[in-house]
Design a protein around this ligand. Structure first.
Ligand code: AMP
Ligand code: MG
Length: 285
């Protein structure tokens, strides 16, 4: 007897191994990842059950990271418009203790930001010891939208991949773990989500006609993502590509990646030396 079809006793495969961008021949191609696939998921039922458990686990691990107060976790979220960056922050990050979370959306650089190197605004928002930092878009925009629209000369963009790798290595050496997640949706799913936004009066505020213009550059974006992920998937800061057409799967997979990462970091509660009997006596006096 092997315990029937149950998973009891079977060590589940790490989701990170399934979703880590594969670059075996030296090149990663986003087009080869099916946005509707659900790697590692046994059934949709499992998704719902696990999500509740994931919340509790993530919250506990984050508390340990905060209590330990030595290391930080930085989550870089990238993806096309409507890929679910905001939704992931609401549904996955929203379950963490907000006291130790720092969320930063990166928009078009301001006049001041433009006067500095592209990493300047990024450095200013790195998480402190004990914190979880989330970048909603990031320094990768400077090799994505900037590449697609030729907003900087190509030789400048070409140098940025190495600059990014060096920067991320430096951040890692300062005790910050970096996890980079690309939410991958299909062209048709984006259309569906933009139509939903347009038809729902409460979602129209999120709609921008610019998003329709950007759809004309879909293939260029896919190619810019493939190049960035190929060149910036490093040992110290890996890229994970999460199929994101299914929102529940997306939340399930992202929370799994975070749980696995935090478990590996294995943060420890500090154990200060306290003379507990004496302190109790004082309190009871
Ligand atoms: P959203 O995330 O929908 O609020 O949109 C933010 C916009 O800012 C997106 O269109 C990004 O491509 C754009 N953006 C972010 N960073 C940069 C950057 N470094 N250069 C140019 N555009 C950027
Ligand atoms: Mg947008």
């Amino acid at each position: 007897m092997r315990g029937g079809s149950n998973t009891v006793g079977v060590v589940p495969k790490q989701i990170r191994d399934l979703l880590r961008a594969k670059t075996e021949d030296g090149r990663f191609r986003l087009a080869e990842v099916d946005p509707a696939s659900t790697p590692g998921l046994k059934s949709p039922k499992q998704e719902k059950k696990d999500l509740a458990k994931h919340k509790v686990k993530l919250f506990g691990l984050q508390e340990q990271l905060y209590a330990e107060h030595k290391r930080a976790l930085l989550i870089v979220l990238q993806g096309m418009d409507t890929s679910g960056k905001d939704g992931t922050i609401t549904h996955v990050i929203g379950d963490l203790n907000p006291q130790a979370v720092q969320i930063t959306p990166f928009k078009q650089p301001t006049a001041e930001e433009k006067r500095h190197s592209f990493l300047w605004r990024i450095r200013r928002r790195l998480p402190e010891a004990g914190e979880v930092g989330i970048f909603n878009r990031s320094h990768y925009e400077d090799v994505l939208v900037v590449r697609v629209h030729g907003l900087a000369p190509l030789n400048v963009i070409e140098r940025r991949y190495d600059l990014i790798n060096g920067f991320e290595k430096q951040v890692t050496s300062q005790r910050t773990k970096i996890v980079k997640i690309c939410l991958h949706i299909s062209y048709d799913e984006q259309r569906k989500r933009l139509i939903e936004r347009l038809k729902d009066p409460d979602k129209q505020w999120k709609f921008s006609e610019h998003d329709i213009d950007e759809r004309a550059y879909w293939d260029d974006y896919q190619s810019a993502y493939s190049i960035a992920i190929t060149r910036c998937s490093t040992r110290w800061a890996p890229w994970y590509v999460v199929p994101a057409d299914d929102k529940d799967y997306r939340n399930w997979a992202v929370s799994r990646i975070l749980i696995e990462t935090l478990k590996e970091m294995n943060p420890q509660y500090p154990h200060p030396r306290l003379d507990v009997p004496r302190l109790l006596k004082r309190l009871q006096a």
